[in-house]
Design a binder for this molecule. Structure first.
Ligand SMILES: [Mg+2]
Length: 104
């Protein structure tokens, strides 16, 4: 099974909640959609004329913003609600296998 591991920090200068991180995920998802639109030109938005690699890198940056916010919510769920993230990750992988998205 091929994986990609990205270690993102717990933010220690903010006091996130489930609600604030949910809103932030939506905000960052919108920014990712805008970056993809500039890169690929969909939804009536014309392709940006800047360097293609730089536009793709913008997408990666916005994707990391989404990931950071998701990780921040994971910390909230773990620390404020006792969710065992490792167990949830294992269940997630099992779900991917059962849906046929992942073969071992
Ligand atoms: Mg962003």
């Amino acid at each position: 099974m091929k994986t990609k591991t990205i270690a993102l920090p717990q933010l220690n200068q903010i006091r996130p909640t489930v609600e604030s991180t949910a809103i932030k995920i939506m905000e960052e998802t919108g920014e990712l959609a805008a970056a993809i639109a500039r890169f690929k030109g969909y939804g009536g938005i014309q392709i940006d004329t800047r360097d293609r690699r730089e536009l793709a890198k913008d997408c990666a940056r916005e994707l990391l913003d989404v990931a950071q916010t998701a990780i921040t919510m994971m910390f909230v769920l773990e620390e404020q609600y006792g969710i065992d993230v490792e167990t949830v990750v294992s269940e997630h992988v099992e779900k991917l296998i059962s849906k046929g998205y992942l073969g071992l």
